[in-house]
Design a protein around this ligand. Structure first.
Ligand SMILES: Cc1ncc(COP(=O)(O)O)c(C=O)c1O
Length: 418
């Protein structure tokens, strides 16, 4: 490890195999069911299937639902599942127990967090968000601003200092840019936002499970995220919201579903929020997919995020080194920042015909994805990727670029999901 990039050693199949021999995470591969013939570089979109998930879902369906039916809300404690899974996620994002609730989608949770945060800063008229942020983050900032009669200012996170003022209520940013993989300094940004008297909402979709996140330590206010990427919860797995303990009483969430009531089974006619993180519940949770997520998260009981981060940086160093030395001749540029402290767990390669190249790469067994307008986006999940896999994937990319058949029109009709 450390042999690539800054170390300047050979970027070769032999060096990759040697790195695998010292890989402290090598055994984690057994925790996943992945096709042997596929090299999967899309765990930043949909994580691979942890082997524990199948039996957990089968048990939920056959025994808990099939045999115990409605009694499962008590006997199998379905009622507390969202908070239990929330606490499990909390351990991965530096949140002490009682501050994370699992459920609904990232988009819904972002709406909850933005409205609650803006309401805590009455008299301030601006939400700041990333001009290159994921669309849902931008759309929801606009929607919340319209609802609360605020305005949205879009910026690059690097320009934040120039935009912070006593009119800013909330700053909403993703910790890692979904397109380029740029990692922002969450501690410094949160501190600057607080110094301006505003509150910070972090979107952790591309950081949770990929690198250590320390929400309590950086005094984050609110955070949201999904669980189907690096947390491997499965397609459509529920999102989550973090509300710092110090804000729990003051956080007035807009979606007042009955599960968030202080006493749901009193079935009273007026809403009164639970005094704890339970107020972040909305309606009946998706028990099947939450049980799958619960099982998927057990993977993280056996590995450390520090080890994941070390290997992630070594893998992305390898990819960057390969791209700079072997792919530059094909017009490939590395769009991901080179410094480790500014890089998430993906590498985005800018190139002509990125969509077609991506499709041809998939046809040759290497799964990545394409992001408009010209990015081949490759995600690196250290839990199930070896150095040899990653070297092999890059070698196949070099082959695809060299033979050029991707450009013969075979990918003229684009798929719905790119
Ligand atoms: C930064 C970011 N936020 C949010 C989402 C998705 O939100 P949702 O889970 O509501 O579909 C994504 C999806 O890729 C994302 O990258």
């Amino acid at each position: 490890v450390g042999a690539y990039g800054s170390g300047g050693l050979a970027c070769s199949a032999e060096a990759a195999r040697a790195a695998d021999e010292h890989d402290e995470l090598a055994s984690a591969r057994q925790l996943f069911a992945l096709p042997d013939t596929m090299i999967y570089l899309d765990g930043n979109s949909l994580g691979a299937l942890p082997v524990q998930v199948g039996p957990a879902v089968t048990d939920l369906v056959d025994r808990q639902w099939g045999q115990q039916l409605i009694t499962s809300w008590n006997v199998n404690d379905w009622w507390r599942l969202p908070a239990r899974v929330g606490d499990r996620i909390g351990r991965l994002i530096g949140a002490a127990a009682g501050q994370v609730m699992c459920g609904d989608s990232t988009s819904v949770q972002l709406f909850q967090a933005l409205v609650a945060a803006c309401r805590m800063r009455p008299g301030r008229g601006t939400i700041l968000t990333d001009a290159d942020g994921f669309p849902t983050d931008q759309y929801l900032a606009d929607a919340v601003a319209e609802l609360l009669e605020l305005k949205v200012v879009r910026l690059h996170p690097g320009e934040l200092a120039a935009h912070l003022s006593d009119d800013v209520a909330v700053v909403s940013l993703s910790q890692v840019d979904y397109r380029t993989g740029e990692l922002f300094d969450a501690a410094a940004i949160t501190e600057a936002v607080h110094a301006a008297g505003a509150l910070m909402v972090w979107d952790l979709c591309h950081s949770a499970g990929a690198l250590p996140v320390e929400l309590d330590a950086i005094q984050a206010d609110f955070a949201v995220g999904c669980s189907y990427k690096y947390l491997n919860g499965g397609p459509g797995a529920p999102g989550y919201i973090y509300i710092a303990a110090r804000h729990l009483d003051a956080a007035v969430l807009p979606l007042t579903g009955w599960h968030g009531h202080r006493s749901p089974f009193q079935l009273s006619q007026r809403y009164s929020p639970a005094p704890s993180i339970e107020r972040a519940r909305i309606g009946t949770p998706p028990v099947l997919s939450m049980a799958a997520l619960d099982a998927a998260l057990t993977v993280f009981d056996q590995v450390s995020l520090a080890a994941i981060r070390r290997k992630s940086l070594a893998l992305t160093d390898l990819v960057i080194e390969f791209a700079r030395t072997r792919l530059a001749g094909f017009g490939v540029e590395v769009a991901t920042p080179l410094p480790h402290d500014r890089r998430g767990s993906q590498v985005s390669l800018r190139m002509p015909a990125a969509y077609e190249v991506c499709q041809e790469l998939i046809a040759r067994g290497v799964i990545g994805d394409f992001r408009e307008p010209d990015l081949l986006r490759l995600g690196f999940t250290p839990l199930y990727l070896s150095y040899a896999d990653v070297y092999e994937a890059m070698d196949r990319l070099a082959e695809v670029l060299a033979d050029g058949s991707y450009a013969d029109g075979r990918y003229a009709n684009r798929t719905v999901v790119t």
